[in-house]
Write a protein that binds this ligand. Structure first.
Ligand SMILES: [Zn+2]
Length: 390
């Protein structure tokens, strides 16, 4: 009997581990998160200032996030701006959809809010925003069996307004569930506290609210812990899910999990929530854990070879000159026969000029200042700041 029991236990353990074995391709992609990208994302996010829901800074940040997705190669048809009103103000959630190969109608949602209150919010929640951007960049051309929605919510700081609007008006319409969600994976306040040994991340488990979805949350939260151990140097601890954008989903019975910093910063919701006060290395490490876990949740391809040089944007050798420009901006592509489009927008994302296959762009109508140039060749996109000086 003892022997049989032992065998049974061994097979049960083998079963639970088999879903979570180390996958080299997942590790290679987790390692494509770069400290430079994380640091730049955090700093750029901070530079937009206080991104209060309804403010111009909030809109500018949304447009910055949107332009990142375009630069990573996502197409406009994958990007949805979803407006909502809150009292007298209007704001928008940003939703990017990547279609799955085997289950195109079942979605893994990875989300985090980008609105802030009282300060630049580099921890709360520039940290989660920066990581979601890196995950989206790395997985852009990686097939996943399940569809993924990358969602950047606004209105979180006013009481989960943006995520509530999404759940009650997009996921549910007239009381009918329109979106089949596999799970919701939220990142909020994962910046750590500078100067501390930030070596552990909280994995949020649904321990309250509806009881019907708690066991399923425990399962995916354990998977999140396993992925963190497999694909990052961090340790994990479990805390009860609360007070962030997965809660409106939880209330509808969806399966939720998330990351939250283990050593809790006191700076969020103050002017001191700046780049100087977060730990960019901690954000980088949580980024690796996130890319590992997201691949597991969405069942990313394990067979596609990860070729780091091939996955780099082939448009890096394009020349845009002179920059700063005065009247004429020249475009020089390595392949002179390629069809391309070129667009100039202001920093808020409004299109000011768009041409096809023109290598000498007349920019004399633009006032001096900073603009965004978006060059597209096939499915590749290059986004560069263009300065006009005269
Ligand atoms: Zn937050």
């Amino acid at each position: 009997m003892k022997r049989i029991t032992t065998l049974l236990c061994a097979s049960l353990i083998a079963q639970s581990i088999s879903a979570q074995t180390f996958i080299q391709a997942y590790k290679d992609r987790a390692d494509m998160v770069t400290q430079t990208n994380i640091t730049t994302n955090l700093q750029d996010f901070g530079n937009f200032g206080i991104k209060k829901t309804g403010s111009q800074a909030n809109t500018n940040t949304l447009n910055w996030i949107k332009n990142k997705y375009l630069a990573y190669g996502y197409t406009a048809s994958q990007i949805t701006e979803s407006p909502f009103t809150y009292g007298s103000v209007t704001s928008k959630n940003l939703i990017i959809t990547k279609t799955g190969t085997l289950y195109p109608n079942k979605y893994v949602i990875i989300c985090g809010h980008f609105d802030t209150i009282n300060g630049p919010g580099v921890n709360d929640n520039g940290s989660g925003t920066s990581i979601i951007l890196e995950a989206a960049r790395i997985l852009q051309n990686v097939p996943t069996e399940y569809s993924i929605k990358f969602i950047h919510f606004s209105g979180e700081e006013q009481g989960l307004i943006g995520s509530s609007h999404y759940v009650n008006n997009v996921v549910y319409q007239n009381g009918i569930r329109k979106l089949d969600i596999k799970l919701v994976f939220n990142l909020d306040q994962v910046g750590g506290v500078k100067g501390n040994n930030n070596n552990t991340v909280y994995c949020d488990e649904d321990q309250g609210g509806l009881s019907s979805n708690n066991a399923a949350s425990a399962v995916v939260t354990q998977q999140l812990r396993n992925c963190t151990a497999l694909y990052s140097p961090l340790q994990t601890a479990v805390d009860p899910a609360a007070d962030t954008d997965y809660i409106p989903f939880e209330r509808k019975g969806e399966i939720i999990t998330g990351f939250f910093e283990r050593i809790r910063s006191t700076f969020p919701h103050s002017s001191k929530d700046t780049f100087a006060n977060v730990d960019p290395v901690y954000v980088y490490n949580i980024g690796k854990a996130t890319v590992g876990a997201l691949q597991h949740f969405a069942t990313a391809s394990t067979t596609v070879a990860v070729n780091k040089s091939a996955s780099q944007n082939g448009l890096e050798n394009v020349k845009l000159y002179p920059n700063p420009a005065n009247n004429i901006l020249n475009i020089e592509l390595p392949d002179k026969t390629a069809n391309f489009s070129f667009e100039i927008t202001n920093v808020s994302g409004r299109t000011l000029l768009k041409v096809n296959n023109e290598t000498k762009i007349n920019v004399s109508t633009l006032e001096r200042g900073v603009y965004v140039g978006i060059l597209k060749v096939g499915d590749q996109t290059l986004v560069k700041n263009i300065l006009i000086e005269r």
